[in-house]
Design a protein around this ligand. Sequence first.
Ligand SMILES: C[S@@+](CC[C@H](N)C(=O)[O-])C[C@H]1O[C@@H](n2cnc3c(N)ncnc32)[C@H](O)[C@@H]1O
Length: 311
Amino acid sequence: MPKTHVPVLAGELVEALDPRPGDVAVDCTLGAGGHARLIAERIGPAGTLVGIDRDPLAEEAFAALAAEVPCATRFLRADFDSGLETLHDEGREADLVYLDLGMSSMQVDTRERGFSYAYDAPLDMRMDPAQELSAAELLNTWDRRRIARVLREYGEERYADRIAAEVERRRPLRTTFELVDAITAAIPAPSRFAGGHPAKRTFQAIRVAVNDELAQLDAALPLAWDLLRPGGRIAAISFHSLEDRRVKRFLADRARGCICPPDLPVCACGRTPEAELVARGGVVATPGEVAANPRSKSARLRAARKLREEP
Ligand SMILES: C[S@@+](CC[C@H](N)C(=O)[O-])C[C@H]1O[C@@H](n2cnc3c(N)ncnc32)[C@H](O)[C@@H]1O
């Protein structure tokens, strides 16, 4: 049985979003609904919670949640960028929009979905099981150089070329353990366990590519921002530097005022900040949370408030 997902930085997320009775909140990554429940309690009977997720497991979790929380609820089974687009097209606005990126424990621990290098399973890794591209398809059909680029860019894998070559040599790969064997064989013995499990970076990279995670995030952030009413808040919890860098840059761009060269005596750009950062530098889990929930170790929360004045 998959474990229940324990939401990370839950108190910190609620504090950053500061939900008020009657708010409209959009949870772009509903998962097991752990964060959503906390937000729903705060927005109360006058509030509305919209949950988005592309995984049918989240749709099941939503059904239970909707029956228990005090607010109005709605679920959109979609990629978060298209879910946000739907809300735009309908002319909706929100007071709170948040994303808790990556996988849920339910996904990792459902062995047959192939997200984990700890279980032997078919090479799948799709968050949306109806999607065409799976890990098997990627590993068995993509060009070796393209696979190496994925491993380098999304996994920061030092032995990307060697692993991609080994994958190509062993085709067709069918299971997670076949992939783990290929990775282990490709990494020189002294480096194999240097940075944790040798398959960790490759599995992350393949998952990011299969689910198009970074492009989705790049598309979703401006959509989420546009959906916010002035005074509304956005928050995102990232689990690796590739995600966090995007969130950080996006929020910093909106919080920046004048962009004139420093030697210009008066401002010529007329630009004023659209956002105020809620927790400069981001928020990470306390040692207590990391001890209780190791998944929180790499989590970083960033948040911002949309200023009332339009630029
Ligand atoms: C870390 S879990 C969220 C857990 C949730 N906050 C909770 O407390 O239970 C991430 C969820 O986001 C979903 N997800 C990730 N990327 C997505 C995307 N681009 N579009 C839609 N859902 C996505 C995953 O399917 C997963 O259920």
